[in-house]
Design a protein around this ligand. Sequence first.
Ligand SMILES: *[C@@H]1O[C@H](CO)[C@@H](O)[C@H](O)[C@H]1NC(C)=O
Ligand SMILES: *[C@@H]1O[C@H](CO)[C@@H](O)[C@H](O)[C@H]1NC(C)=O
Ligand SMILES: *[C@@H]1O[C@H](CO)[C@@H](O)[C@H](O)[C@H]1NC(C)=O
Ligand SMILES: *[C@@H]1O[C@H](CO)[C@@H](O)[C@H](O)[C@H]1NC(C)=O
Ligand SMILES: *[C@@H]1O[C@H](CO)[C@@H](O)[C@H](O)[C@H]1NC(C)=O
Ligand SMILES: *[C@@H]1O[C@H](CO)[C@@H](O)[C@H](O)[C@H]1NC(C)=O
Length: 382
Amino acid sequence: GTCSALTVKVPSKSIHAVEGKALVLPVEYNFSTKAQEIQITWICQRPDSHSSLLVTAKNDHVVVEMQYEGRISLDRPNASLFIRQLELSDEGDYIVKISIKADTIISANQTIHVSVDAPVSKPVVHSIPVTGAVEFEGNVTLTCSVKNEKRVIFQWLKRDRILQASPRRAFSPDNKTLFIRPVRKEDISNYSCLVKNPVSQSVSEPITPIIYYGPYSLAVSSDKGQKVDKVVTVDIGEVILFHCSADSNPPNTYSWVQKFKNRTEVLKLGPEFEVKFEKEALRKADYTCCAYNNITGKHEETQFTIIVLSEAGQEKLAQKGSSLSPLAVITAVSLFLILCMFLLFLKKRCNPHTVIKQQLYSRPPTEYMKTRSISGNKTMFS
Ligand SMILES: *[C@@H]1O[C@H](CO)[C@@H](O)[C@H](O)[C@H]1NC(C)=O
Ligand SMILES: *[C@@H]1O[C@H](CO)[C@@H](O)[C@H](O)[C@H]1NC(C)=O
Ligand SMILES: *[C@@H]1O[C@H](CO)[C@@H](O)[C@H](O)[C@H]1NC(C)=O
Ligand SMILES: *[C@@H]1O[C@H](CO)[C@@H](O)[C@H](O)[C@H]1NC(C)=O
Ligand SMILES: *[C@@H]1O[C@H](CO)[C@@H](O)[C@H](O)[C@H]1NC(C)=O
Ligand SMILES: *[C@@H]1O[C@H](CO)[C@@H](O)[C@H](O)[C@H]1NC(C)=O
């Protein structure tokens, strides 16, 4: 029963402390007997080292070990230890032992593990290759580094969200390195490295790997603001500025070409192309815009036809032609057929004997005559 006369409690058995900061190791104790003397001792057991005495107190008389004077204090009446200016070497197990002398001497102790870390430095990310990687072919490696890696864990963020491994994405076992192989256009994003240790965390500046891709989604538009599709109609004398654009990195080199049966003629280099038709002879022409990415070596092109409306009549015709939808054509043809059939029907109805007469008269004349003469003979004989 005497053991329960003294209890020593510590709120936390393990404390992560920050280098350079102050640390309090709180302790509560109480006892149920009337004590004549109370002795409190703090000992530090450092890893790979002998334990060393820090401070002792007998009743209210506190003695701090010489080497800790000014850095360590024990504020009576409680047994909590106070350390100023923590050093990394202060890491270890702190054992508090309390003894009370009543009829007998009763002792109890508690141990608190203290780890001491410096706040982690801001990490720095390097992307390899520095010159960039070609989509579908090249790989990118991002490496994160911090000044002091002790107890540091690494994580990767893409647009501020934690990145998980995927078929094209892998981490080194320590997570310091992120591999993307092979790269794709959608990998172009802000990546950052998040580092954490028990007392702090820090995130790197974002880095965007250089990835070469494209050209993609080649499109031509005109200065009239419309997207150019297969066919464009222009009035004679009208000037139109066409603009060709495609998504790529590095920017595409554009060229405008005209294709003939046998040869291709480069009309202009650059994304813009101006056309003006003055010759009436030219009624229709095909143009092609080519986009070429000189790093990926890929190329895309689109062709469209320009139709020149030279005269008013032609214009009308062209407009009519263009305004006729397939449905309208079908409707018109159907109506025409129905009308024809109706007329035919009417004709039959109004003159039903015509056909019979015609059949009669269409017989060979000789046969007709024969019948006639036979019947005539019969008449004559009877
Ligand atoms: C110990 O004593 C100090 C000052 O004497 C006080 O600030 C602190 O709260 C006490 N701690 C506990 C755990 O009682
Ligand atoms: C990218 O990585 C893959 C697989 O690790 C490898 O086979 C390929 O040669 C690498 N490509 C380049 C351009 O280094
Ligand atoms: C590496 O990062 C992944 C994803 O964030 C995480 O699930 C994993 O625990 C980390 N591994 C290490 C060793 O830090
Ligand atoms: C990266 O972040 C910056 C700043 O927030 C932003 O301007 C940029 O567009 C981002 N880049 C990508 C590829 O998302
Ligand atoms: C195409 O060009 C070749 C040589 O450049 C020539 O021999 C051939 O006759 C040409 N064909 C036509 C249809 O112009
Ligand atoms: C590739 O194209 C870019 C952008 O048009 C240009 O600046 C660069 O000089 C070209 N490089 C080569 C090797 O042609």
